[in-house]
Design a protein around this ligand. Structure first.
Ligand code: 5AD
Ligand code: SF4
Length: 413
């Protein structure tokens, strides 16, 4: 079969789509870049904000409508939105053939085999065998020089705005030996940079016994995530290690030491702040204050003064006042973020924050969003200007997919 996969959402989802692609190729299928030539179209969905769901539903609606009444492609939805909606997805999309939740992605090849293309409404949203599914979701296709490796699925935090714990289930860490052998295999194929992925990546190994790895820590580290970084940094030929997403509670003295001791860890940390107002942070149940956040950033900058810092911010969380917003804006300036992703609060089903309503108007959310983006642009420009004239090592991943003007002649190797 010729199969096209479309992905919405985060890097975890991108990685899932890649692992699905590898599974399908292993099962003898061919991947295609465009929809019209596909015998089957798979949409990997996201539900973190309502807008992400709208996009995926819109896309699926157009695909099934285009194929209706003819010998159209088999159409399947997978991932977070399926997990959230369950069988309701077929009420919205009666012509959809099948739907697989986040814990059942590995069964895609066998489900496809049985799918007839006549809306047989097969659904599986069980989260029971997530650790088993992680084993088969380790394949890669054409990784190039940079690859993602999953180390942890699910999330045990209870941030009051977030649907992820519901759609991805509780935290499950992968055995360290599997992570290392997947990484080594990637490096043998030419990968120079690996990004370790998890919703709250620094929680690795805290809730199930994926650890210990049977090596002695030369740096006397005992916490699982810093030890994993130590093991990764001993992989010969792996030049860059990244990880995402972080949480201030994971920025322990050992993690700071890892930044100091292992040069392969890139000069970057994505550390979602969400809000610079302590009152809002408390309502969000983020479990840190701005002072805690400031302390960990100061400690990291002591060992890596050049570290680039990026963040996620939510504007318009219930009851967010002008002064809460100003506190966020001021704190972002103080942290001098290199980059930030600003999201407008979106009420999600079954989340604790629903009880506070959604009292910041969409116009006001938009204004706050623009204001923070503009400030970030100015800050990024200033930071980038300081780089002019410096010589540094870069990793060329390939020709830009978006910039039509770029071609290979611009790249001098
Ligand atoms: N509304 C808006 N943004 C959200 N995020 C998570 N849940 C919501 C929500 N309900 C943002 C957070 C998170 C990022 C991945 O998405 O900033 O870090
Ligand atoms: Fe990723 Fe969360 Fe969206 Fe799922 S809901 S795809 S975990 S951002």
């Amino acid at each position: 079969m010729k199969i096209h996969i479309r992905t919405y959402g985060c890097q975890m989802n991108e990685r899932d789509s890649e692992a699905l692609a590898a599974l399908l190729v292993r099962a003898g299928h061919e991947l295609v870049d465009n929809e019209p030539s596909a015998d089957a179209i798979i949409v990997n969905t996201c539900s973190v904000r309502q807008k992400a769901e709208h996009k995926a539903l819109g896309k699926l609606g157009r695909i099934v409508a285009a194929g209706r009444g003819q010998d159209g492609p088999v159409v399947g939805a997978v991932g977070c939105m399926v997990q959230r909606m369950g069988s309701d997805i077929f009420k919205k999309l009666p012509d959809l053939d099948f739907a697989l939740g986040t814990g059942q992605l590995h069964s895609l090849p066998s489900v496809l085999e049985q799918a007839t293309g006549r809306a047989n409404h097969y659904l599986d949203t069980s989260l029971e065998n997530v650790s088993e599914s992680m084993v088969s979701m380790d394949g890669h296709v054409n990784s190039g020089v940079s690859a993602f490796v999953n180390i942890l699925r699910g999330c045990n935090r209870r941030c009051t705005y977030c649907i992820v714990p519901e759609v991805r289930g509780p935290e499950q860490s992968r055995p360290a030996l599997d992570i290392i052998s997947e990484s080594k295999a990637l490096v043998e194929k030419g990968v120079k940079e690996i990004t370790l992925l998890g919703q709250s990546v620094m929680s690795y190994g805290r809730t199930n016994d994926a650890w210990p790895l049977d090596h002695v820590s030369r740096e006397s580290l005992v916490e699982p995530f810093p030890r994993l970084l130590e093991a990764m940094s001993s992989i010969e030929g792996l030049e860059r290690i990244r990880f995402t997403s972080g949480h201030p509670s994971g920025c322990t003295a050992e993690l700071v030491h890892a930044y100091e001791a292992f040069p392969a860890i890139c000069d970057h940390l994505h550390l979602p702040l969400q809000s610079g107002s302590d009152r809002i942070l408390e309502m969000m149940k983020r479990q840190y204050s701005t002072e805690d956040y400031r302390r960990v950033v100061t400690a990291l900058r002591e060992v890596r003064p050049q570290i680039a810092l990026s963040t996620d911010i939510i504007v318009g969380f219930p009851t967010e006042s002008e002064s809460d917003f100003d506190a966020t804006s001021d704190f972002m300036e103080e942290m001098t973020y290199d980059n930030s992703f600003i999201f407008k609060y979106s009420p999600r089903p079954n989340t604790a924050a629903l009880k506070w309503g959604d009292d910041v108007s969409s116009e006001e959310k938009l204004r706050r969003n623009h204001e923070l983006l503009e400030a970030q642009d100015a800050r990024s420009q200033q930071i980038n200007k300081k780089l002019v004239g410096l010589e540094m090592e870069i990793l060329v991943e390939g020709v830009s997919r978006r910039n039509k003007k770029s071609d290979r002649s611009h790249v001098v190797l």
